[in-house]
Design a protein around this ligand. Sequence first.
Ligand SMILES: [Zn+2]
Ligand SMILES: [Zn+2]
Length: 420
Amino acid sequence: MKYSAQKGTGDILPADIYKWQKVEKMYADVCHSFGYEEIRIPTFEQTDLFARGVGDTTDVVTKEMYTFDDKGGRSITLRPEGTAGVVRSYIENGMSSLPSPVRLYYNITAFRYEKMAKGRRREFHQLGLESFGSTGPEIDAEIISVVDVFFKRMGLRNISLHINSIGCPSCRSKYNEILKDYFRPHVSSMCEDCQARFEKNPLRMIDCKIDGEKEVVQSAPRLIDYLCDECKAHFEGLKSNLDAVGIKYEIDPNIVRGLDYYTRTVFEFVSENVGTQGTICGGGRYDGLVENCGGAPTPGIGFAMGIERFLMEAEAQGVEFTKDDNVKVYLVGMSDTANARISQICYQLRLNGIGCERDLMKRSFKSQMKYAGKQNIPYLIVIGDDELSSGKVKCKCMADGSETEVGLEGLTDYCIEHMA
Ligand SMILES: [Zn+2]
Ligand SMILES: [Zn+2]
């Protein structure tokens, strides 16, 4: 039997993992610098949560979820995204009693049964955050800043920010009527989905993948021109908060989210680079979501970005990822007595947090040297019977070939001082 990773899944091997660790650490650092704290949520939840929290008419929920009955007969779903689980946790753990805004970030795997295409995974990784309790627009600008700072600190260029407001239920219901009047003479020539949307959710006709390029859709009235006074003021507030810190943006009336609990701010970070154009990160405000999931009415806003997508962009842009030397020193043993002493030294070094390696394969002196060279270990120390009797060893720096004589007794202290 020969096993292989399931379609849409993959291993992240040691040759690549340092890039992931850099991205994840930088993301955590940036979130911490804004006062966000990490939350870890379960990989699966009861299926109904995602129908409520993601929307039971979305493709994600209707077509792409990994749903199954467990042995107790409960309907379980592997999380297709992070927000619903975080919202469930916020409600269940009574976080509304914490000082607002409650700022939470996450780093998760998520699962969607998607059609396979380049760069698509069925198990994928997301960085995201959610913030609860503030109506904004200051917090809206703040979470956009988190992404902006993260991209800048990672060295990403040519990323543009697109923002829009999709209003509140009140201005949206007025707009829906205007949109229906507009589309009524054209609806019969539009796709099947749009014909259903016309009755249920005409806003979604704007971002139809089939009809989106048609003149009739392109020149349809835009929600942004029909915002109520409060929503208009909120959007102006977002813009002036972004202007104040110098974050550039474009207003893009085509970003829509057709679910009732999404409100006001929506945004996307889009790559302008040839070959990797497209959305890297998307987010928005969801003032109706906590209530929809069974909590008290609570404003909220968040975003998510795929780590796979981010890495693809970073690599295409030539962002440099430097690999840390986890192992600092290789100790070459020339005899059994020397090897026994090397075991003690390695143990002491590791107790003090200095990474080191020694031979475990009974290699000859020559092949131990070769091994250390192949692994790019920055320091090398040879210990044989001569060194044991003289009590002195030479520590060789592989970068410049220089050698330093060190007393065997003081070797641990020397390594801590020079290699930590
Ligand atoms: Zn409104
Ligand atoms: Zn359509």
